[in-house]
Design a protein around this ligand. Structure first.
Ligand code: NAD
Ligand code: DAU
Length: 349
């Protein structure tokens, strides 16, 4: 069946993998990628699909009400998959207002416009909001986040995402907006901006630069290969139940320092260096303020209800990821020129 779907933030890390999957799997859909191309948005991520006949790129800001209304009027969307966001916790600590504008105001702007555009004709429409496990806050040594875990966000980033989740549910409850929300753990893989742990450390190892480990390095995250997140989004978009929330995760918990040690070893092998070379770059630095101790996610609802599960073991995903960054050094060099240097100095000096 033909559908016109708006995917926001499609030039970013996860969004570009979602766009690729939808453009390739659904030739009879029209996929509209709306992205403002902030520092994190990069059309190079989509070179392989940019000329596909079922794909259109639109540059614009989700906060701009008039622009969003015009876009909905032009395309008459059947669905929205909303990924556009400010996504980096450290940046939210330095500049929370940008996060409130994009993540909260931008989301409400999309909801309002979808509500007006779909009013009285909600059948077959869907607003899919892509969110994070960080809305649940920080766990102790045991336990897992369930879909029913109360929200307890701790950083400006997670607070802005929690707020946007609440607005999506409020629009469902108050105006009958058809919606689904998913909350995913840490993604890794190709095309991730090198402010996030893995691509930052891969790039630093390549350049023989120190690896800044926050605090004692004993913080725990669950890691999922980005293509598996895109596969989950596809499943939930097509088969998820209206008004439901689905947790997405890799069943794959690591403390930062253990993960970094595996990365160092794989990088030494990939670069042909003696084992221990990258390890020598590890440097413990001042902790992130309010650093969440542990995230761990129970993704069994998605697994049992919709039959999704991660396709890759972590070591295999990590090897693929390292190979991608080493094979695409030009991509890395392009995104780390210019403003990136300023960011790096501010964050790590
Ligand atoms: P990203 O920072 O790589 O990409 C964000 C994209 O949104 C960029 O292309 C950027 O240009 C675009 N964007 C930002 N502000 C915009 C605006 N005002 N208007 C239009 N476009 C705008 O982010 P990501 O890591 O790909 O995350 C995508 C989504 O998934 C986010 O909503 C994030 O909260 C969520 N998420 C991320 C992770 C993760 O590990 N990265 C995990 C769970 C959930
Ligand atoms: O859990 C999902 C979230 O995962 C997403 O919602 C966010 O968009 C995404 O950025 C990610 O958040 P984290 O804060 O967990 O990711 P980050 O890569 O910034 O950090 C991962 C861990 O590594 C965290 O404990 C902080 C630590 N870290 C990070 C950086 C950048 C370091 O020790 N040193 C660093 O330089």
């Amino acid at each position: 069946m033909h559908k016109t779907i708006l995917i926001t933030g499609g030039a970013g890390f996860i969004g570009s993998h979602v766009i690729r999957l939808f453009v390739n799997n659904y030739p009879y859909y029209k996929i509209v990628n709306l992205d403002e191309l902030t520092y994190a948005g990069n059309l190079e991520n989509l070179r392989d699909v940019e000329n596909a006949s079922n794909y259109v790129f639109e540059k614009g800001d989700i906060v701009d009400r008039k622009y969003i209304e015009d876009l909905f009027a032009r395309y008459n969307f059947d669905g929205v998959i909303h990924l556009a966001a400010e996504s980096h916790v450290d940046r939210s600590i330095t500049n929370p207002m940008e996060f409130i504008m994009t993540n909260v105001v931008g989301t409400v702007n999309l909801l309002n416009t979808a509500k007006t555009s779909w009013r009285g004709n909600e059948q077959g429409k869907l607003f899919y909001h892509v969110s994070t496990d960080e809305v649940y806050g920080s766990l102790g040594d045991t336990g897992l986040f369930l879909e029913t875990t109360p929200y307890d966000p701790q950083s400006p980033y997670s607070s802005s995402k929690a707020s946007s989740d609440h607005f999506v549910r409020a629009y469902g409850n108050t105006y009958g907006m058809p919606f689904v929300i998913s909350n995913c753990s840490n993604n890794y893989g190709p095309n991730q901006f090198p402010e996030k742990l893995l691509p930052l450390f891969i790039n630093n190892i390549r350049h023989g630069k120190t690896l800044p480990v926050y605090g004692d390095g004993k913080f725990t995250r669950d890691w999922l290969y980005v293509v598996d997140h895109a596969r989950a989004i596809d499943k939930i978009y097509h088969e998820g139940r209206n008004r439901e929330t689905y947790n997405i995760g890799g069943f794959n918990e690591w403390t930062n320092i253990d993960l970094i040690k595996v990365l160092c070893k794989q990088m030494d092998v990939a670069l042909g260096n003696p084992i221990g070379t990258a390890d020598g770059l590890i440097t413990y630095v001042k902790d992130r303020p309010g650093h969440d101790k542990r995230y761990a996610i129970d993704a069994n609802k998605l697994k049992n209800e919709l039959g999704w599960k991660p396709s890759l073991q972590f070591e295999e995903g990590l090897a693929k990821t390292i190979a991608w960054y080493l094979d695409n050094q030009q991509w890395m060099d392009n995104v780390t020129s210019g403003d990136y240097q300023k960011y790096y100095e501010q964050q790590y000096s």
